[in-house]
Design a protein around this ligand. Structure first.
Ligand code: NAP
Ligand code: ZN
Ligand code: ZN
Length: 367
């Protein structure tokens, strides 16, 4: 285990009271996920205790469970993944203002941050120098690491708990907390809207939300897929055109024509093929985080002053803005609801690009 992956321990006197919770965890990079008993802290003054109803299954959960990001974010085992959480508030601490028992609430990829660095001051907690991820981060309260949403409950500081607008299907809302904000944020940052020609690469959990948002923002949306039988779905979700990326002739038709391309691919692929589709000063933003580096040819960027960028989830303020936008426009994720014990098959299907378009765990199945 590397230094960074070593769980922290706290002096006994500083550990708060806890209660038990059922969860699912991986014990090693090669083990299936299975049941585990974990402990959650009793809510402190600022905390919200949430009974989890639904948790989305992000490809990041799979990367993390299998320790595919061992250089950037080494995994501590047991690992309880899950950062697309929707639930019902059970208890609130004495200082909590935004929530009361019975409210529907949501939690995404972060449960805390330093609150003083430049990122935090700008409402960009995802770029904080010392944030706490929902799982596999140092747990400042209990020691060890944080445990995510493949669980029946979670306790989170209210500053990192989101309000869910009325009227949205709750299972379809869960994926907004990662897949939603991770695509909404870069589309906003790079000013995608009416008059933009936008590409989305990969029709998975992130990609299908990218298509929905880019369409809702008024852009001309082209979806690139390796899976020909996703064409009709892509159009239904809001794509104006669909390109089968293995088809050279179809790709050539779009050379040097895009303002912006959002790359949401989870595995090895040729980014140069997409950089070549950007017009002068166009930007390709990676949100996909494959295990291995992606080779970039200098001339893909030099010719036409193109830019290659990256983007991580979104800040808390922007996540609330995105949820409110979804509330106004009736946007949720297209999901396949699964029981907790179907998670290992779900991971196998993710690896085959076979999900329509996000698995969501019905956490009642943990009971
Ligand atoms: P997903 O549902 O598995 O979708 C990935 C899609 O990529 C697949 O559906 C497939 O689309 C395409 N794809 C898969 N293998 C491919 C290959 N070898 N070549 C070309 N295309 C391939 O995954 P997801 O949950 O959307 O996550 C996507 C990536 O984003 C993951 O790496 C995840 O870790 C990362 N992520 C990043 C952030 C962030 O903050 N930046 C947040 C969340 C997730 P087609 O069938 O249409 O080709
Ligand atoms: Zn995620
Ligand atoms: Zn910070």
């Amino acid at each position: 285990m590397s230094e960074a992956a070593k769980p922290a321990t706290l002096p006994e006197t500083q550990v708060p009271k806890t209660f038990p919770a059922r969860a699912y965890a991986a014990a090693s990079p090669t083990a299936d996920l299975g049941p585990i008993a974990i402990r959650r802290r009793e809510p402190g003054p600022q905390d919200v205790q949430i009974e989890i109803l639904y948790c989305g299954v992000c490809h990041s959960d799979l990367h993390q469970v299998r320790n595919e990001w061992q250089n950037a974010l080494p995994t501590v085992y047991p690992c309880v993944p899950g950062h697309e959480i929707v639930g019902r508030v059970l208890k609130t601490g004495s200082s909590v203002k935004k929530f009361k028992p019975g409210d529907i609430a949501a939690v995404g990829c972060m449960v805390d941050s330093c609150r003083t660095c430049a990122g935090c001051s700008d409402g960009l907690e995802q770029y904080c120098d010392n944030f706490t991820l929902t799982y596999n981060s140092e747990d400042k309260h209990l020691g060890g690491v944080t445990y995510g949403g493949y669980s029946e409950s979670i306790v989170v500081d209210e500053s990192f708990v989101l309000r869910v607008p009325d009227g949205l299907d709750l299972a379809g809302t869960a994926p907004l907390l990662c897949a939603g904000i991770t695509t909404y944020s870069p589309l906003k940052h790079w000013n995608v809207g009416k008059g933009s020609k936008v590409g989305v690469v990969g029709l998975g959990g992130l990609g299908h939300m990218g298509v929905k948002f880019a369409h809702a923002f008024g852009a001309h949306v082209v979806l690139f897929t390796t899976t020909p039988n996703k064409t009709a779905d892509a159009r239904r979700l809001g794509a104006d055109e669909v390109v089968i990326s293995k088809n050279e002739a179809e790709m050539q038709k779009h050379l040097a024509s895009f303002d912006f391309i959002l790359d949401a691919v989870s595995a090895q692929h040729d980014v140069n093929a997409y950089l070549g589709l950007l017009k002068r000063d166009g930007t390709l933003t990676l949100v996909g985080a494959p295990e291995k580096p992606l080779p970039v040819a200098a001339f893909s960027l030099i010719s036409k002053r193109r830019q290659l960028a990256g983007s991580a989830i979104g800040g808390i303020r922007e996540t609330q803005e995105m949820l409110d936008f979804c509330g106004r426009h009736g946007i949720t994720s297209d999901i396949e609801l699964i029981k907790m014990d179907q998670i290992n098959q779900a991971y196998d299907r993710l690896l085959r690009s076979d999900v329509k378009y996000r698995f969501v765990i019905d956490t009642a199945s943990l009971k």
